[in-house]
Design a protein around this ligand. Structure first.
Ligand code: FAD
Length: 475
């Protein structure tokens, strides 16, 4: 390799130099095209943008390893890019960085029906995996709304509507192939359901947002498709009644497959966007029940009784596969429904979570904050986990941005005061950095910084994300 001292010092020139060396190793999988770079300059938070010097489209673990080895040697920052659906500025490159796109790594490498597991490359999306599994009787349950990659989902510790029953991505990953900052390739975990040997490196990389290593392969748990699925909708005149119903379902231990809340504002947007003509613009719970016919019947009986006791209106049923698909598609399109209603305006999706017993206090408090702010904001969420989002709409001006951030800060402050977290599933990126010290304390943060300094001593992996700058734990 070229001696570092002889290299150009300007970050952009250094990255260009690395790209030219890399071209000799991996061929034409590199682009410096303006529109390709623009597409990799941001995630779903469109305004947090900065152009990469170039984009490497990795097709194998070897491509990732070659890229990191060169970037490490020449101290060039690298930002992993899956589908770019993250919402906190996670994939926005710093100056002089290379974007490392894994979306061409789309092979489902093995499906082991008898062990209920599979191995995939990091660029496989959850939708593509489930299409692949359709005839096996198995499925993969973690379903963030976007068309996310499984590598990106691991890196953000994603979840979705089914986490209340099947867990988040963290509970559904058995092992990983990870390329370290210097290009070395390691394996973590394995195929067994549990192991008590060594540090749990798989968990360390899950949620590390591309700051500790690049995930290239994932060993995933799969689940048997349930014998029966049934979905229902219940509307409420009162937000508090709806949240109390969801909380009581969890407290009673009902193994519900999904329970999602859409407040009146969100429901109004969904009715228009997804043509949900049979519903009123009222706070609504979407339910899904799964299991044997007897188990489903029992879950429904108890859930209906709880909803009735909390003044819920009559259940509307979606029994056919088509009706269920329409319902859950409308739920997954909730963000786009709000966006479509406000063309040309800014939309910020916040995220917070509290222990389930605190959820009613938090959501009703947030609704008061929204009303006091005078902003348009919709509440929706995975309430069975104590997790929800507020979609805040403002003008595309700096004043509008500050209004949205002020509301977000109030929401997070409420969640932290109730023993919660500033993000249940979206992660930190750049957007949540300011809350980390309050949530974790300086002691824990300095241990995280020590881990980062050990695994990525030249700070080339997604620098500036996930960890606020500060003192490092010395032991
Ligand atoms: C409409 C909408 C709805 C959403 N709903 C949900 C939801 O219900 N639940 C939820 O959890 N999230 C949700 N999200 C957020 C987003 O979909 C998730 O964060 C998702 O996991 C990101 O995956 P991605 O492939 O797009 O990753 P990207 O956005 O490309 O990357 C995210 C982060 O992971 C890193 N990264 C990507 N690939 C790798 C890799 N192979 N190795 C190491 N690091 C990597 C990146 O550097 C970045 O830091 C939603 C987003 C949108 C737009």
């Amino acid at each position: 390799m070229t001696d570092q001292a002889s290299l150009p010092l300007h970050p952009t020139a250094r990255a260009q130099h690395v790209l030219s060396l890399l071209a000799a190793e991996i061929g034409d999988k590199i682009s410096t095209n303006l529109s390709v770079c623009e597409a990799h300059s941001h995630g779903e938070a469109l305004e947090i943008a900065n152009m990469p010097v170039g984009v490497v489209f990795a097709e194998s673990t070897q491509d990732v390893s070659a890229t990191l080895a060169l970037c490490h040697h020449h101290r060039v920052p690298v930002v992993a890019f899956g589908a770019g659906t993250s919402v906190e500025g996670h994939v926005t490159p710093p100056d002089g960085a290379i974007s490392l796109d894994l979306s061409r790594m789309t092979e489902v490498m093995a499906v082991n029906s008898s062990d209920l597991d599979c191995r995939v490359q990091a660029g496989v999306t959850r939708q593509a995996l489930n299409a692949f599994l359709r005839d096996t009787g198995l499925f993969f349950p973690v379903d963030p709304g976007g068309e996310a990659t499984l590598g990106g989902m691991c890196a953000t510790r994603a979840s979705g509507t089914a986490a209340v029953r099947y867990g988040t991505i963290k509970e559904n990953v058995l092992g990983l192939t990870v390329v370290m900052a210097n290009g070395e390739v390691i394996q973590t975990g394995g195929r067994v359901r549990k192991s008590s040997t060594g540090y749990d490196l798989t968990s360390l990389f899950i949620g590390s947002e591309g700051t500790l290593g690049i995930i290239t392969e994932i060993q995933l748990r799969l689940h048997g498709q349930p014998e029966q699925l049934s979905a229902a909708v219940c509307q409420f005149e009162n937000l508090e009644d709806a949240v109390n119903t969801a909380v009581e379902i969890i407290q009673m231990g009902i193994p519900i497959a999904r329970v999602e809340l859409l407040d009146d504002v969100q429901m109004q947007a969904c009715i228009r966007y997804s043509n949900l003509d049979n519903y009123q613009p009222l706070t609504t719970l979407f339910f899904e029940f799964a299991g044997s016919p007897e188990a489903v019947k029992e879950q429904i009986t108890v859930t209906e009784a709880l909803a009735r006791d909390n003044n819920g209106l009559a259940f509307t049923w979606a029994d056919t596969a088509d009706e269920r698909a329409t319902l859950w598609k409308a739920r997954h399109n909730a963000y786009w429904a709000v966006k479509a209603l406000h063309p040309g305006q800014r939309l910020i999706s916040t995220d917070c979570i509290v222990p389930i017993s605190q959820l009613t206090t938090l959501i009703t408090g947030v609704k008061d904050d929204i009303l006091a702010s005078g902003l348009y904001a919709a509440i929706l969420g995975h309430v069975g986990d104590g997790n929800f989002h507020t979609l805040i709409v403002t003008e595309e001006t700096e004043a509008g941005r500050q209004q949205a951030l002020a509301l977000d800060r109030k929401i997070v402050a409420r969640a932290l005061a109730l023993g919660g977290s500033s993000s249940g599933e979206h992660g930190v990126g750049l957007g949540k950095l300011e809350f980390l010290a309050a949530e974790h304390g300086e002691g824990a943060l300095s241990v995280m910084r020590a881990l980062k300094a050990t695994l990525d001593p030249r700070n080339i992996l997604n620098p500036g994300k996930l960890l606020p700058v500060g003192p490092v734990f010395k032991g």
